[in-house]
Structures are given as C-alpha cells and as structure tokens.
Design a protein around this ligand. Structure first.
Ligand SMILES: [Zn+2]
Length: 162
C-alpha cells in the first residue's frame, strides 16, 4: 500500500464534495480511500496473498470500487457522491500499482485474476500494520509527502471569506 497518498486523496475528495474543510468528511473519505486494505484480514484467516480474496485481490479491483460507489450512491440517493466514492476507492489500487513491492493489484478481477503493476513504480511500498511505525514507515511517509502536497493543500486550505 501507499499510505499518506491514500489519506491525501480522501481529504481532497471531502473538500471537493463538501466545498469546505470538514474533519468528519475528511475522515470518512480517507476511510473509503483506505477501504481496499481491509483485506489484510486475509492474513489472519490464512488466505494466501496471491488468492483472489487475499491482500490486493478482489477489494483492489475496479469492480469493487464501482460497487462501493453504487452502494453508497444508492443508499444516499446522491449520484455525485456515488461517483466520487467510486473514484476515491478506485484510486487506492491505482496508487498501489505504482508501488515497488508486494504483489500487484487484481485491478481487473473478476474478469482476470492476474495481479498488475504500473509500468512506472516510483512509490516505495509501505509496511503493513504496526510495522508501519518504524524507520522504514517514516521513509515511506517522507517519499509520499511531495506527491501528496497538492492534494493536502487543496483539501486543507482555509475557505476564503466572501
Ligand atoms: Zn492496498
């Protein structure tokens, strides 16, 4: 996984949707941006990494992102929200595909179970779980800071007074 980039996407999406800074909004969209990594529970269930339901499997597909958008958009009856949720969730595997470690992402599941990476992989892969709080985790955060800055500035910039 990337790490800071996923959170930055969520913060920027909240600003785009709400038109203002909002901590609950930023937290909700950041959680949606990180949602595909809920599949790390597969490790505890002894599901192999390379399994379609292992880490970076089905939850990292465009079908999953579209499904989440349809679910939230349908429940809220807000098309714009559903579309944005689909884009935010889809951003996760697209960013993961730019990382330099692990297996690729099952972007095309269920049509294809092949894991894919982007041709250019400039983002160092982040350690999972508690090992994120390590020297390597800090290096990953610093490497992601620069590409995250435009999203964070957009998402966190104070509103202009009229
Ligand atoms: Zn991921």
């Amino acid at each position: 996984m990337a790490s800071l980039l996923h959170v930055a996407v969520g913060i920027a999406a909240a600003r785009l949707y709400l038109g203002r800074r909002s901590l609950p909004g930023a937290l909700a969209f950041a959680a949606l941006s990180m949602l595909p990594d809920a599949d790390v529970v597969a490790f505890a269930l002894d599901i192999p990494y390379s399994d379609p339901f292992g880490h970076r499997g089905a939850s990292h597909s465009l079908v999953f992102a579209a499904g989440m958008g349809a679910l939230i958009g349908g429940l809220s009856r807000r098309l714009r929200l559903g579309l944005l949720v689909a884009v935010v969730v889809a951003s996760h595997p697209l960013l993961d595909a730019l990382t330099d470690g692990g297996l690729g992402v099952a972007l095309w599941w269920p049509q294809e179970e092949t894991r894919v990476f982007a041709p250019w992989r400039p983002i160092p892969v982040a350690p999972i779980g508690a090992s994120f709080l390590s020297e390597r985790g800090l290096k990953v955060m610093l490497a992601e800071l620069l590409p995250s800055l435009p999203l964070l500035i957009y998402g966190l910039w104070p509103a202009q007074k009229a």
